[in-house]
Design a protein. Structure first.
Length: 66
């Protein structure tokens, strides 16, 4: 297993409990460390087999915005 790092991923989202807190989006900064098996991608050495950082970033942003 390899370790993948995404540092300073910034997501605009609504944070808070009270109505006045939820009126303006705030920036959340995320540092993510995750395990991923990228051996097959390294062996294939093709773009199609590579880990898609953009897809990971979009999924993390979607989770934060839920």
């Amino acid at each position: 297993m390899d370790t993948i790092f995404l540092n300073d991923l910034r997501v605009e989202t609504i944070v808070g409990i009270w109505d006045w807190e939820r009126q303006m989006p705030q920036t959340v900064s995320i540092d993510l460390e995750m395990a991923a098996d990228i051996q097959s991608a390294a062996a294939a050495d093709t773009l199609e087999a590579a880990l898609d950082y953009k897809a990971v970033s979009k999924r993390v942003a979607a989770l934060v915005q839920e």
